[in-house]
Design a protein around this ligand. Structure first.
Ligand code: URA
Length: 485
């Protein structure tokens, strides 16, 4: 049995050097026991020399490196042996990772997804507290308890976002420091390292009271967007109980008032009552929405997708194309319509002369839904619940981009925008005026054209698709009736 001692919990390069040495020595995965620091009392930093060997080590696919760099931050003590087993297997079969249903591949994929989710949660739930020293210098500190070792991969986000501040994020296993110029990491700490109160906190509390909606809280808890464990770090958490109490009283008063009103008024009141989603409207720019969607757990699709794929295009595009959901390539690249359907769409847009700089492209559902089958991930259409859950994000994009014209590509997009099942053949070719004044066109999804086996029928459908896009071009070239740009 060969022991491999690591000094760091999540240093990919350290693991890689050790793993390559073991490979060169021909140590099979069953013969290696990986020790992470702290796991074996008294062995921290222990360094038993690795065996020497000259066996050649083959290069592995970049996709393995990318996944391993993420998965190494998982808290599972088995992560290093799983990575070594896969590395070993890749020496014999470079395509070993392509079998999506392989238990090792499934485990690696899940670990990488869990790490990404944990990192997104840190981005969403870290709250800084201000510390003003005697000279008046203001610094910020936050305490956070991640589920995995995700501080190192997440701290650069805070450095970019709060580059003008001096801040520290303290977690139980490690701390990050930003001095306004460079990022450094040190030992972990405890909650008491971070002050309890400050002025910034008051701002948060005012903000939180203003946006507070008990329905949002319930929905957020159900979907574990705001798991109770994170409340401990949120200054606004102490407001939750009084706000819930206050909201209940207000709700009771409203029920009493409504019960004594005629039924028609009652219905109107209900229609105007804020939906839980409205209270989630904290995002006020596309950049914020793009970052926030990565933490979305509004439906289960986030569990298996690599990432959420948000829309792309100018912030004030005049036309918004809405597809169904990211496909396999979009899921991996993080960009909408970069695969085969995207190529068909791009070609049609160019052919009818729509100016690409006026186009924003997105999807009704932001996570890839698929079924693993052998080496492939087979596309699955999102169901009504998933479409409805993700409408929150599409609504945000529409509200922020304010397109004059929306093009629903296929039934899923039409269903999302119209709020009911739609038949393309009945709706295409006719502009539909939406309540907010936007004009909607409905047409086929470009992937539909790719699936038509008969060449002649494919040709006919392509011409019809382009004819629909000609109407879109005419609509955006007409002078705007409302002044949204
Ligand atoms: N199909 C879609 O609907 N959207 C994409 O982004 C890619 C394929």
């Amino acid at each position: 049995m060969q022991a491999a001692y690591l000094r760091a919990l999540n240093d990919f390069d350290e693991w890689r050097v050790a793993a390559r040495g073991l490979l060169r020595a021909g140590c099979s995965p069953e013969d290696v026991v990986w020790h992470e620091p702290g796991a074996d009392s008294g062995l921290f930093g222990s360094s038993q020399a690795l065996p020497e060997g000259e066996r050649p080590v083959k290069a592995v696919p970049p996709s393995f490196i990318a996944m391993a760099q993420t998965a190494v931050n998982h808290a599972d003590p088995e992560r290093f042996s799983l990575l070594y087993r896969l590395l070993w297997r890749l020496q014999a079969d470079r395509n070993a990772l392509d079998v999506a249903s392989d238990p090792d591949v499934v485990r690696l994929t899940r670990m990488a997804s869990a790490v990404r989710r944990d990192s997104h949660k840190m981005k969403a739930f870290v709250r800084f507290k201000a510390i003003v020293d005697d000279s008046g210098l203001e610094r910020f500190a936050a305490w956070f308890e991640p589920d995995h070792y995700t501080l190192e991969i997440t701290a650069p986000f805070f450095a970019r976002r709060f580059d003008g501040m001096i801040w520290a994020i303290v977690t139980p296993y490690r701390s990050a420091y930003w001095d306004g110029e460079s990022l450094a990491f040190g030992d972990g700490g405890s909650k008491s390292d971070v002050p309890e109160d400050d002025a910034v906190e008051d701002d948060w509390k005012t903000y939180f009271s203003a946006i507070f909606n008990p329905a949002r809280l319930k929905v957020a808890m159900m979907k574990s967007e705001m798991p109770v464990k994170y409340w401990r770090n949120l200054p606004e958490a102490e407001l939750i109980a009084p706000l819930v109490r206050g909201a209940r009283e207000a709700e009771q008063q409203m029920i009493e008032r409504i019960a004594s009103q005629p039924p028609s008024r009652h219905l109107k009141q209900q229609a105007r009552a804020p939906h839980a989603d409205e209270a989630m409207g904290e995002v006020s720019t596309l950049a914020e929405a793009r970052a926030a969607v990565q933490a979305c757990q509004r439906c289960p699709l986030y569990e298996h997708a690599t990432q959420a794929v948000f829309g792309e295009g100018p912030e004030r595009a005049e036309v918004m194309f809405v597809g169904e959901q990211p496909g396999d390539q979009e899921d991996l690249s993080g960009q909408p319509f970069v695969g085969p359907a995207g190529k068909v769409l791009d070609a049609a847009i160019e052919k009818v002369g729509i100016d690409r700089s006026r186009v924003y492209v997105t999807n009704a559902v932001k996570h890839f839904k698929f079924e693993p089958r052998g080496k492939r991930r087979i596309h699955q259409s999102p169901d009504g619940g998933e479409i409805q859950a993700c409408k929150f994000w599409l609504d945000r994009e529409i509200a922020l981009v304010k397109p004059r014209v929306i093009v629903a590509l296929g039934a899923t997009a039409a269903r999302s925008i119209l709020g009911k099942a739609a038949t393309i053949s009945k709706l295409r070719g006719v502009p539909i005026n939406l309540p907010d004044g936007t004009v909607l066109f409905v047409t086929n999804h470009p992937a539909y054209l790719l699936r038509i086996p008969d060449r002649q029928k494919q040709e006919i459908e392509s011409v019809k698709f382009e004819a629909d896009l000609m109407l879109v071009r005419e609509a955006i070239e007409r002078p705007a009736l409302r002044n949204s740009h």
